[in-house]
Design a protein around this ligand. Structure first.
Ligand code: GLP
Length: 249
């Protein structure tokens, strides 16, 4: 695992874009796993700029979103489907049939989880998994718990996660209690993993993820076992990660 520390958010996004663009150029039909949230916004903007400049083509790229709230329709502005369409898909030449997302409105959510896991496998797995990290070190919606859940599954969101995500909702009480998330196998089988972390709100999570025990109590810590994982964090987020873990810049 590599840990790159940048001065701030913009530099983090530059470094992330460089890595993702490299994958897109090497494998024009690559499969991307996409997180929502504020961390990857700068990266997504840079991918749009590269596309507009004619540097990269998305016509053969396939995307899988990491998670979705249960009970939110994809037209709901707080859904990850809405976020992904607005901040990633719109303006790129992605094919509609290459946009894959779990359906948080499915009547049989267990079957929907199975369908989604199989779709990831059928696509050949994920080439580049883009992750953020929750303040409690969750990735996707893999919350701290007694064990890692390998497959796409239903999650009961922790109070910490609901509180952290309340900023996106008009009323904090509207934050759903349940979500669907890719599991740890879906994430760990990705050929490349890129985790982005910015700002002081992520300091504690990064210490748990990078410098602590590998434990389901800090889900992101499992990335310590991934050969192709790169963490790009700004100084505010990485400031308590021991310097010896920082990859030489
Ligand atoms: C949510 C998402 C995660 C995301 C995290 C951090 O809980 N399910 O996938 O990584 O928030 O979001 P942000 O980047 O906005 O801090």
């Amino acid at each position: 695992m590599e840990v790159k520390v940048t001065e701030g958010y913009e530099e983090m996004s530059d470094a992330a874009a460089e890595l993702v663009l490299q994958v897109l150029r090497e494998k024009p039909d690559c499969v991307l796993g996409l997180t929502a949230g504020s961390s990857p916004m700068g990266l997504y903007r840079r991918l749009h700029m590269a596309y507009q400049a004619g540097d990269v083509d998305f016509s053969r790229v396939r995307i899988f979103t990491l998670s979705e709230y249960i009970g939110l329709d994809e037209k709901d502005e707080q859904s990850f489907a809405y976020y992904t369409r607005k901040n990633f898909c719109e303006g790129l030449n992605l094919s509609e049939s290459h946009i894959c997302m779990p359906n948080g409105m499915a009547t049989d959510i267990a079957t929907e989880c199975q369908r989604y896991g199989r779709a990831i496998e059928a696509a050949g797995g994920i080439d580049m998994m883009i992750l953020g990290i929750g303040p409690n070190a969750h990735i996707g919606f893999n919350e701290p718990g007694p064990s890692f859940v390998p497959e796409t599954h239903v999650v009961e969101l922790s109070e910490a996660t609901r509180a952290a995500n309340a900023r996106f909702f008009a009323n904090p009480a509207d934050v759903p209690y349940w979500a669907v998330s890719m599991g740890m196998r879906d994430i760990m089988f990705a050929r490349n993993v890129l985790l982005l972390a910015s700002g002081p709100g992520k300091t504690e999570a990064l210490v748990l993820a990078l410098a602590g025990d590998i434990t389901p109590k800090a889900p992101a810590s499992v990335l310590q076992l991934h050969r192709g994982a790169v963490v790009i964090a700004d100084e505010a987020a990485a400031r308590r990660v021991p310097k010896e873990l920082w990859t030489a810049q």
